[in-house]
Design a protein around this ligand. Sequence first.
Ligand code: HEM
Length: 219
Amino acid sequence: MNLFFRKSMIAATGLFLCLFLIVHLSANCILLLPEEMAKEMYNSYSTLLRENPLIKIVAYALYLSIILHVIYALLVTLRNRKAKPDKYAVNHTKENSSWASQNMGLIGVLILLFIVVHLANFWARIKLGMGEGVGVDSYGNKDVYKVTSSLFHNIYYVIFYSLLMIPLGFHLHHGLKSAFKTLGFYHKTGLKFISKAALIYALIVSILFGIIPFIVYFK
Ligand code: HEM
């Protein structure tokens, strides 16, 4: 399998994951509403998504994308390590690339840690029925709001969720720019626009996801 195929897989799955994050963030912005309204809307929206057959197919595509994104990123990182030009007398890596691009490995590991903890907190409990049971609200919907609210009333989880949005922001900014380049987008003015759009996207996603736990904590 050549490098271009692997990088294209990282780019394509990454772009799909970026789209998912927009939908996921919009749903989680419901948590910013006043308590009673947030509870009803969050639980009914969550039920609507879980029970929609089309969304179920998209969810499988999402799980596959996460797995492929991680596997191909690992393969490319290992290959780059092997071919690392330590032997060159002059190494301009620091001047030619950003902090985020040089530390994609570390940032990726932190995000993976976040996703594993996050899926254990929510997905495994709500979808797989693992651990403590999830009750239902007065409309008979699974009380996903209560699961979220009780998690974010633990200050350690609030700090964990909010802090890990920092590497996520760096990853999204660098990843989005790289994805367009990998997929053959070389237009100079277009790339400048993409770079700005990637920065705005990364800031909105990481800041909003980062403040939601605090807002729920202080509600
Ligand atoms: C304030 C922050 C967040 C909250 C409150 C939150 C909440 C949730 C909830 C409640 C679920 C389960 C949905 C259900 O089955 O009904 C879920 C699933 C999920 N979340 Fe989050 N999330 C947050 C941030 C994130 C971030 C930053 C990512 C990715 C980097 C992420 C990735 C996922 C994934 C991949 C799933 C599984 C989706 C599925 O099975 O359909 N979440 N989240």
